[in-house]
Write a protein of this length. Structure first.
Length: 198
């Protein structure tokens, strides 16, 4: 039988990995073609990092749940909200290509930790310390999300990711196709015209 304390990390990992299909799909298509900062982590980093972080999150919450503190119910309810918000980020960013809403979610995640972690610490200090790697990663991810927003502005209600996703969908889903070629030619023409001051 799985120990009770292990159910929380396992549940967090399974829940977090539920978004893996959409993330894997998009990182192989439009995501690799949109402008991103030079310091963007390589795609292969995300899976082991998030698996580790979700495991640590679950272990942290397991200690809170087992603490018997009078604040346990409030702490676990707040964390459930935070975790649900965390899970919603990938479908918003990768699924709907809504970078700005993804950024807003990240800001809410950081803000909520400002209340949750002191509460965790008051119940069980180690449970709060187990969240430190997540906090560091979340801040970095928020900065990355913010930079991607700046590099991919919304024009007429759409951004480059939305356009590229539609272009990939018009082909075989993964490879380069005629529609993408025409789009790239148009972008080059626009860039040349802008450079020439036309």
């Amino acid at each position: 039988a799985i120990p009770n304390w292990a159910l929380y990390p396992l549940g967090h990992i399974v829940g977090g990995m539920s978004n893996a299909p959409v993330v894997i799909r998009t990182t192989k298509t439009w995501y690799k073609r949109i402008p991103k900062p030079s310091w963007t982590p390589p795609n292969f980093v995300f899976s082991p990092v998030w698996t580790t972080l979700y495991g640590l999150m679950g272990l942290s919450v397991s200690r809170i749940a087992a603490s018997g503190s009078t604040s346990t119910k409030l702490a676990t309810q707040l964390w459930a909200f935070h975790y649900a918000l965390n899970i919603s980020w990938a479908p918003v960013f990768f699924g709907f290509r809504n970078f700005r809403l993804g950024l807003i979610i990240n800001f809410f995640l950081i803000a909520s930790l400002g209340y949750i972690l002191p509460l965790f610490h008051s119940i069980d200090p180690l449970s709060a310390y187990l969240q430190i790697p997540y906090v560091i990663w979340l801040i970095s991810a928020t900065k990355l999300n913010q930079t991607i927003c700046k590099l991919n502005p919304m024009l007429g209600g759409v951004n480059k990711a939305m356009i590229l996703a539609d272009l990939y969908a018009s082909g075989d889903g993964d490879g380069y196709n005629d529609e993408m070629l025409q789009y790239d030619i148009k972008m080059l023409q626009n860039a040349a015209a802008e450079y020439a001051g036309v």
